[in-house]
Design a protein around this ligand. Structure first.
Ligand SMILES: Nc1ncnc2c1ncn2[C@@H]1O[C@H](COP(=O)(O)OP(=O)(O)O)[C@@H](O)[C@H]1O
Ligand SMILES: [Mg+2]
Length: 260
């Protein structure tokens, strides 16, 4: 579904992404791991249209998408979440979700003045969709809570919810597990698995939490120093010498590295 061919991205003299090539199969939940600074987030930024690569290409279903802006990718069903959640803190959970779909008639001043039935109908449709998403994610009790009051994990669930307001096909998740407690982490991983199975989402997941990777990801791609070091099942990754070495090289014990 997604092919990354020889992508390079430098920051000054630093080769953040250095000739990275990999692909994500349709219907998979593919993991992307690697030591801090390996280039994972930079690669996501390139895929999602938040950064322009220096060379190489990104292909979605045989269509070249490199250089497209994030809103153009949005309409192709490619969405991402951020390492730091991007919610509107003073809006409620419901309002945050209702903000997502673009091209709302209500945003057009002329339509707003007339307040005609088209606008109201569309608003009702979006509200119903948002409530469906809230229920799917077991956030019903928080529907009218302002997003700023949510816990870190609840914010991550809300981010996931934003991808459900449109017909997402490929969702890029950057560290959904960071700073999230075990209970919510399980809810997040269950939601990911359900979206994958019930709604046909393909996921590409950056994550440091190896329990989450083990539970939901196959295959797992390992990046180090801007390139792909290894790809395989979680068990293969765990026992691969090069992978252990890459984490060790960053001053981590293998157990810490692959179980932190
Ligand atoms: N906007 C930027 N400007 C300069 N250097 C950056 C920028 N973003 C990332 N880097 C550097 O690029 C390298 C890869 O970073 P990143 O993609 O965030 O890695 P990861 O997500 O795997 O931890 C790191 O050395 C980081 O410091
Ligand atoms: Mg990162």
């Amino acid at each position: 579904m997604l092919k990354i061919n020889n992508v390079k991205k430098n920051f000054g003299g630093l080769k953040a992404v250095n000739n990275a090539s990999m692909h994500v199969k349709k219907g998979s939940i593919t993991g992307l791991i690697g030591p801090n600074g390996a280039g994972k987030t930079t690669l996501f930024n390139v895929i999602a249209g938040n950064l322009q690569s220096d060379s190489g290409e990104v292909v979605l279903n045989d269509e070249k998408i490199s250089g497209l802006k994030s809103y153009e990718l949005f309409y192709k069903g490619v969405l991402r979440t951020f390492q730091i959640a991007h919610e509107f803190t003073s809006l409620t959970v419901l309002e945050n979700l209702m903000m997502v779909p673009g091209n709302q008639f209500g945003e057009n001043l002329l339509y707003s003045w007339f307040k005609n039935s088209v606008v109201k109908k569309q608003e009702e449709k979006i509200r119903a969709k948002a409530i469906e998403v809230i229920n799917f994610l077991n956030l019903t009790h928080l529907t009218q809570e302002v997003a700023g009051n949510l816990s870190g994990g609840q914010k991550k669930l809300l981010e996931l919810g934003r991808t459900m307001m449109v017909d997402a096909k490929l969702v890029l998740l950057d560290e959904v597990g960071a700073g999230v407690n075990r209970t919510l982490l399980n809810e997040i991983s269950d939601a990911i698995i359900r979206l994958n199975k019930e709604k046909d989402y393909t996921f590409f997941v950056i994550e440091h939490d190896m329990d989450l990777i083990e539970k939901i990801c196959d295959p797992v791609i390992v990046m180090a120093e801007g390139s792909v070091l290894f790809q395989g099942s979680f068990d293969e990754v765990k026992s691969n010498e090069d992978v252990i070495e890459a984490y060790l090289g960053r001053g981590m014990k293998p157990k810490e590295a692959l179980n932190s």
